[in-house]
Design a protein around this ligand. Structure first.
Ligand SMILES: [Zn+2]
Length: 77
């Protein structure tokens, strides 16, 4: 498999944290997908996309199992 962005051959499965945004909240979803180690391009297959859609649904209707790991804060001058 060749990277479509940088044409590197070094695409390997990696654990990544995909971000889902819900209003001001950010939900991280752990995925194991092929990532180009030279430019960082992520490759989502159909199954992964479907999984993310499912997760997104449960986040929006409030049925997902979420735990708080930190806060997102905005600095005001
Ligand atoms: Zn690349």
């Amino acid at each position: 498999m060749k990277c479509i962005v940088c044409h590197s051959q070094s695409i390997e499965p990696k654990d990544i944290m995909e971000e889902i945004h819900s209003g001001n909240d950010i939900i991280y979803v752990k995925l194991n997908i092929p990532v180009c180690s030279s430019c960082g391009e992520r490759y989502y297959d159909r199954k992964t996309m479907k999984h993310l859609e499912e997760v997104q649904k449960t986040v929006f209707n409030g049925t997902s199992n979420l735990s708080e790991i930190g806060k997102v804060l905005v600095y005001k001058d």
